[in-house]
Design a protein around this ligand. Structure first.
Ligand SMILES: *Cc1c(COP(=O)(O)O)cnc(C)c1O
Length: 418
């Protein structure tokens, strides 16, 4: 097998599986990957755990020749995700960061990128590194006011990178307006859609050229795979993304692809429960005396509530809040939950709790973190699909532990002063 193996063509969105038009996404997902096995007609998609495929002769190339370039299991996942997002095609890669890097690889050295100022910490870290190396120039802007995009534009600006809702504060960016500015300025709109999934938001409908996912999160949904996807609006861009992923070797393994496709089948019902629980948790926190502020777009009090309603099909399962108390109170809260697990990441069936400043966003420059408003009192919840009563009871007892811990310290401090 030659080392310069970069010629296979990408899998088109209409890969032969059971996805057909006219069906609801929930039905399409339940059937995804079926009818790919011509040999034995297995109902579950086979895992083509092979690196290579046999050539019949040297006259033509088989549909698949080498799994970095193309693999039937990955292709079934790619066509499913592409159709969900409404793109011409998708490429599945080894992680969300591989997806970010694959899109960024499309831009020439010296290109300028405008990025929403509170993007995922890993994205900020990669962009900062590329900037240091002189590969890309980056401006971070608060894109909740789209005027800041117009102000940041330069002749060499090639793309705007948007995350909405943002991580961890759930700020909402107006995709329609940002899409219009990007289109008028002839720059690409790239949207990281990880927080919502295509069932709750379809950036391509607002003019996005590329959509990025960490499939590690909601799309797989079981916290057992690290994966990513890039969806391109046009067939031409899909070819470019496939070239980049194949050339750098970022593509996803067959088994991981299979797991993500299996996870996708239950995405609609998982999301329904995530959202229902998140809405109840957000309301509960909003009424709690230990909580200063809740960041959830499903609350009428949230700044972006109306905008979220107009561009999303739901408010998602991520809830952040600012807890009242000193460092020891925050620590007590984070370490005393029993149902919520103290861990980074999000989008799995199990509920997670974390402190963005020291965990998920630790890789961000401290100034960038501060600018984005991510203080140590900000707590992020990925609300899972457990019974809501258990979730509320768990938060109730943990907030009580936090309150007591804060008070104990104050009493101690007073005692020493006396
Ligand atoms: C997790 C995440 C990523 C990175 O994905 P990995 O799979 O961890 O590499 C990118 N963007 C967002 C919004 C994420 O939550």
């Amino acid at each position: 097998m030659s080392a310069s193996h970069i010629s296979s063509s990408p899998s088109p969105a209409n890969h032969s599986n059971a996805l057909s038009s006219g069906l609801h996404p929930q039905t399409k997902l339940a059937l995804a990957g079926q009818q790919t096995d011509g040999a034995y007609k297995s109902v579950s998609l086979p895992i083509y755990q092979t690196a290579i495929f046999r050539f019949d002769d040297t006259d033509g190339k088989p549909q698949y020749d080498y799994s970095r370039s193309g693999n039937p299991t990955r292709a079934a996942l790619e066509s499913t995700i592409a159709e969900l997002e409404g793109g011409a095609g998708a490429v599945c890669v080894a992680s969300g960061m591989a997806a970010v890097a694959t899109v960024l690889a499309l831009y020439d050295v010296g290109s300028h990128i405008v990025c929403s100022h509170d993007c995922y910490g890993g994205t900020e870290r990669l962009l900062t590194w590329y900037q240091k190396q002189g590969k890309l120039d980056v401006t971070y802007a608060d894109l909740t006011d789209p005027i800041n995009l117009s102000l940041a534009l330069r002749p060499e600006t090639k793309a705007v990178w948007v995350e909405t809702p943002s991580n961890p504060l759930n700020r909402i960016i107006d995709l329609r307006k940002v899409g219009e500015i990007a289109n008028d300025s002839k720059i690409d709109l790239i949207v990281d859609n990880t927080f919502l999934s295509p069932l709750l938001q379809r950036p391509i409908d607002f003019g996005a050229n590329f959509v990025v996912h960490s499939t590690t999160k909601y799309l797989n949904g079981h916290s057992d795979v690290v994966g990513g996807a890039v969806i391109a609006r046009t067939a031409e861009d899909h070819v470019r993304v496939h070239f980049a992923a194949n050339a750098t070797g970022a593509t996803s393994a067959p088994f991981d692809s299979w797991l993500v496709l299996r996870g996708l089948k239950t995405l609609p019902i998982r999301l329904r429960q995530h959202q229902e629980n998140a809405q109840t948790v957000a309301r509960y926190l909003e009424s709690h005396s230990q909580v200063k502020k809740v960041f959830y777009p499903g609350l009428e009090s949230h700044e972006g509530h109306e905008l979220a309603k107009s561009q999303q099909a739901g408010f998602g399962g991520m809830v952040s809040f600012e807890v009242i108390g000193d460092a020891s109170a925050v620590r007590a809260l984070l370490t005393s939950t029993r149902v919520f697990t103290l861990a980074e990441s999000l989008g799995g069936v199990e509920s997670l709790i974390e402190q963005p400043a020291t965990m998920s966003h630790a890789s961000m420059r401290p100034e960038a973190r501060e600018e984005a408003g991510i203080t140590r009192n900000v707590i992020r919840l990925s609300v899972g699909i457990e019974h809501i009563d258990d979730l509320i009871a768990d938060l109730e007892q943990a907030l009580e532990v936090a309150r007591c811990s804060s008070n104990t310290l104050k009493t101690k401090a007073l005692a020493t002063h006396v």
